[in-house]
Design a protein around this ligand. Structure first.
Ligand SMILES: [Zn+2]
Length: 183
């Protein structure tokens, strides 16, 4: 364990932090309460859960969104790496990894902002409004796919697609940027 912590590249303070985390040497409220230094063991940030080391570092609402961002970025890097590998093997193409990563990160960000709008609209009952306006739920056993496109004069076109089930509930959405070709 000690050796693997010291193999993490970074400033010594980062390694000491990891070592303290592994040893449980943080003065979190849970430990202070255990030692009768305080009676209140609740988290000082969210005020909801007990402040254990696990909660403070990984579970608290205040940090969980940052962890989600980091995991998504890491997953996107791996995805881009896999894409580059497949391009090299099957297409004999060798694009810049940085460019592929940049494109993938952009795509993920676009997807998130689009999906957020769609799901927020669905949660606010916009789907129902659309339905009364002529949009009909698909028949049982079918999925309805609605698409949308924004094509600015020159530049990249934005494409969006939304999947709804038999109850009209949005269960998936996707976005894509595409080069526009003037005929
Ligand atoms: Zn908390």
């Amino acid at each position: 364990m000690w050796r693997s912590i010291w193999s993490v590249r970074g400033p010594p303070k980062l390694q000491h932090f990891l070592w303290s985390a592994v040893k449980g040497n943080f003065p979190v409220k849970d430990r202070l309460a255990y030692r009768h230094i305080t009676h209140d063991a609740s988290c000082q940030v969210c005020g909801v859960e007990r402040e254990t080391i696990f909660h403070a570092l990984l579970e608290c609402n205040a940090v969980i969104s940052f962890i989600g961002d980091a995991v998504r970025t890491f997953a996107t890097l791996m995805w881009a790496g896999w894409r580059c590998r497949n391009l090299a093997i099957f297409e004999n193409e060798h694009p810049s990894f940085v460019m592929v990563v940049a494109g993938f990160l952009r795509m993920v960000l676009d997807y998130n902002s689009y999906a957020q709008k769609v799901f927020i609209a669905a949660a606010a009952g916009v789907t129902t409004a659309l339905r009364s306006d002529g949009w009909k739920c698909p028949p049982m056993g079918c999925i309805k796919v609605n698409t949308d496109a924004h094509i600015p004069a020159g530049g990249m076109a934005s494409l969006g697609v939304v999947f709804r089930d038999v109850t009209g509930v949005v269960f998936a959405a996707a976005t894509r940027k595409a080069h526009t070709k003037v005929p």
